[in-house]
Design a protein around this ligand. Structure first.
Ligand code: G6P
Length: 367
């Protein structure tokens, strides 16, 4: 009913707008004196974390994209070797599990058949299991040694939004508690915790761009293909943006790490293929700008979510939306918001069933 949707036209839009509140819920109460309280992971957390030598992340769909971002964090911030793989591949190949592996499953529902089966298959070969999950009492939570609930609240829209951004907050907390045992210093931890406190208002400010993104969406409604580009932690964000567009607007969308553009997809670029880029003000911006020039030179229409509108100039066929400036660690979380809104508005324009896209299920409990 309209009441359940809190006055919004769709659950998806309601859930996008809930993100300032739920990302706060995902870290609030888990910080003590500026440091993350690791007991929230479970009674055995400290004993288990002390023995971790590497991480294996397993997930599907949107949760897999959260895992990809976590891999960047685990290796760059924490200095912990981290692998990430989709559950349906991992479980069917013969894997080599190294000593001291913490198996981390990420799942909104806690019931995805492949993710659950992957955990069950490796139970006796891993150090311990941790699930990052949104549903208390779900199968993954019951069967894992440790858990960290994402606290997004019920997510009804099939296309995942708030579940993803809260997973990222939970994964950042996880990176911190593990990183303490590796290369993360207490100063750095305090810096990240301070940055997290800014997250809800930065998401709020991104949601305020809704009107501008709605106008932008008109350029997509008639298109059949699109390309999403990002580098570093923004590459999985581009993947998630492309997945959202596919899921609800049925427009073919492919994500590429921007540096791979010239190894193939550049051949596809013409005026009928919009290219979306997530381009925060980080050390990769110059490289990304060079990639984007290659797109413009071939007549491709660019839609850039940029950290600095000074460095990325709008022009003929180049649309630039300026994002608020933010701590680099928050970029993958905050840049996700405009991509969610873009897919939402394109789908509304196309008249698809936004909350229940064809052929898809909220939770895939069959293999
Ligand atoms: C389905 C849903 C996706 C979700 C994926 C994994 O494909 O439509 O939105 O990302 O399952 O689900 P999970 O509950 O394990 O995160």
């Amino acid at each position: 009913t309209a009441a359940d949707k809190g006055g919004f036209k769709h659950y998806m839009l309601k859930e996008i707008y809930e993100q300032p509140a739920v990302t706060l819920a995902a870290f609030e109460g888990r910080i003590n004196d500026g440091l993350v309280d690791e007991s929230v992971f479970g009674e055995q957390a400290t004993a288990i974390f002390d023995q971790v030598k590497q991480i294996q992340i397993i997930a599907c769909g949107t949760s897999y994209h959260a895992g990809m971002i976590a891999k960047y964090w685990m290796e760059s911030l924490a200095g912990i070797p981290c692998h990430v793989e989709v559950a349906s591949e991992y479980r069917y190949r013969s894997v080599v599990i190294q000593e001291g592996t913490l198996f981390v499953s990420i799942s909104q529902s806690g019931e995805t058949a492949d993710t659950l089966a992957a955990l069950r298959d490796v139970q006796d070969q891993i150090l311990a299991s941790l699930t990052i999950c949104n549903v208390p009492g779900s199968s993954l939570v019951r069967e894992s040694d440790l858990n960290l609930m994402t606290k997004a609240g019920p997510e009804i829209g099939v296309a995942s939004t708030k579940a993803f951004t809260t997973q990222l907050v939970a994964l950042l907390l996880t990176t911190i508690v593990l990183g303490r045992r590796f290369k993360l210093t207490e100063d750095k931890e305090r810096e990240i915790v301070l940055a997290l406190a800014e997250l809800p208002s930065l998401i709020e400010r991104s949601i305020a761009m809704d009107g501008a993104i709605e106008s932008m969406s008109q350029s997509f409604a008639e298109k059949h293909h699109s390309l999403f580009l990002g580098r570093g932690t923004l590459y999985p964000v581009a993947m998630e943006g492309a997945l959202k567009l596919k899921e609800i607007s049925y427009i073919h969308a492919e994500a590429y790490p921007a540096g791979e553009l010239k190894h193939g997809p550049l051949a596809l670029v013409d005026k009928d293929m919009p290219v979306v880029a997530v381009a925060p003000q980080n050390d990769m911006l110059d490289k990304l700008k060079a990639n984007l020039q290659e797109v413009s030179a071939r007549g491709g229409e660019l839609f850039i979510f940029a950290g600095s509108t000074q460095d990325v100039q709008p022009g003929e066929g180049i649309h630039v939306l300026g994002m608020p400036s933010m701590p680099q660690i928050l970029e993958p979380i905050v840049y996700t918001i405009p991509l969610q809104l873009l897919s939402y508005h394109v789908a509304v324009l196309k008249g698809t069933d936004v909350d229940q896209p064809r052929n898809l299920a909220k939770s895939v409990t069959v293999e």
